[in-house]
Design a protein around this ligand. Structure first.
Ligand code: FES
Ligand SMILES: [Fe+2]
Length: 402
């Protein structure tokens, strides 16, 4: 990121902090014009869900890895995203490449380990071998197999972009939506975390309800002192301030702690409080900052639709600014991560799983997003537009919403 872009995005962080202070002083938040009603059916209807998988998850860039998961050439990671097996690898030149993890011989999954370091990838079925560039470099018993043009049988490459210490992959190989149009400048804000130099400390997967119920929760601070009263929420504010870059939204609560910054010149404001709270990346990521837990850390949650409208899968990543220096720090980090898993699994998702069944029992029901829930309102409004937008018009949609 160049200097003027860093300055501009820092100015945005400062402006948000100023807006936050004003809100704290007045005790008010921005409200939308009206309460939004969304048909409850959208949370469980199989046709709607199929459309969302195809038109959201299969054609927008998805944040599939933190850069620090693949620091060296040859480092790879595999995962399944919206039903597509993906292989990510950092090549000798330092660029990340992404492929459908399926062999050009008869389609077997080529790399079955979750991560590691490799110069070549050899398919476990008949040993066809690929390099970092996805080229087919060896065919087993080639003289018996018969001639094929190897250069036409490489792995299927997927569009990939690395920004702000995160890696985005588009599951549609023919996508014309470039990563910068998609991000709407949001990455220049996220850059201030410095994630490229952070460490992935731990990772786990939590089963959840329909992906939108989970994503609604990412932007919902209204529930904190209620649903989470027995864990971390009893003293938490229930008010939220929303800041949007296209469909990507930052959610922050009015923070009296920020008022202390006023005695300092803006140039000296430390960056941590300017980045507080939750950063969502449409359609499936939340980055939650919190205090404690073994030093500066965030939880990066990656949400994926499951095998049916009523299922999702969240990969929780505990990412630390520096690796724990000793056992005390390690224990604090472990404890914090266990608490976060418990909160999400046993409070948020347990509630969401019951909620979707209850909604199914009330045909014709709607769900409501209040004037204080502008984040959820924007999410559902954008999603509606996205589902009706043809592939060729996607860049225009993102430009129009930014
Ligand atoms: S399916 Fe991969 S080598 Fe045969
Ligand atoms: Fe929650």
């Amino acid at each position: 990121m160049n200097t003027s872009s860093i300055d501009r995005s820092r100015a945005s962080l400062v402006a948000m902090a100023r807006h936050n202070m004003a809100s704290t002083r007045s005790g008010t938040i921005d409200q939308t014009a009206s309460v939004l009603e969304v048909p409850a059916r959208r949370y469980y209807d199989p046709e709607r869900w199929r459309l969302e998988v195809d038109r959201v998850f299969r054609r927008l860039p998805l944040m599939l890895a933190m850069s620090c998961e693949l620091p060296r050439p040859g480092d790879f990671k595999t995962l399944e995203a919206a039903g597509v097996p993906v292989l990510l690898v950092r090549d000798e030149g330092g660029a990340v490449r992404a492929y459908v993890n399926s062999c050009s011989h008869r389609g077997a999954v080529v790399v079955t380990e979750q991560s590691g370091n490799r110069r070549r990838f050899t398919c476990p079925y008949h040993a066809w071998t690929y390099d970092h560039g996805g080229h087919l470099v060896a065919v087993y018993a080639e003289q018996d197999f018969g001639h094929i043009e190897k250069s036409c049988h490489g792995l299927t490459a997927l569009p990939v972009g690395e920004r702000a210490g995160m890696i985005w992959v588009t599951l549609d190989p023919h996508s014309t939506l470039d990563i910068d149009t998609f991000l709407c400048g949001y990455d220049s804000l996220l850059e201030h975390f410095g994630f490229a130099d952070w460490t992935l400390y731990d990772q786990r997967t939590v089963a959840g309800p329909n992906w939108k119920i989970a994503y609604d929760g990412y932007m919902d601070l209204y529930h904190l002192p209620i649903l989470h009263r027995n864990t971390f929420g009893s003293d938490m504010p229930n008010q939220a301030l929303y800041y949007a870059w296209g469909p990507h939204q930052r959610v922050a609560s009015p923070d009296p702690g920020l008022l202390e910054l006023e005695d300092l010149p803006e140039a000296q404001w430390p960056v941590e409080p300017l980045l507080a709270s939750v950063w969502t990346i449409f359609p499936h990521v939340s980055i939650a900052s919190f205090d404690g837990g073994g030093g500066r850390a965030v939880m990066v949650s990656q949400l994926f639709p499951g095998d049916s409208p009523l299922e999702s899968r969240t990969v929780q990543n505990y990412v630390m600014a520096t690796p724990p220096a000793d056992d005390t720090v390690r224990q604090a980090a472990d404890e914090q991560f266990r608490l976060l898993e418990h909160v999400v699994r046993d409070e948020d998702y347990a509630t969401g799983l019951r909620q979707q069944r209850a909604l199914m029992a009330r045909p014709g029901a709607t769900v409501l997003f209040g004037r204080n829930e502008g984040g959820g309102q924007r999410f559902h409004a954008f999603l509606d537009r996205l589902l009706e937008t043809e592939d060729a018009d996607l860049p225009d949609l993102f430009r129009a919403w930014n």
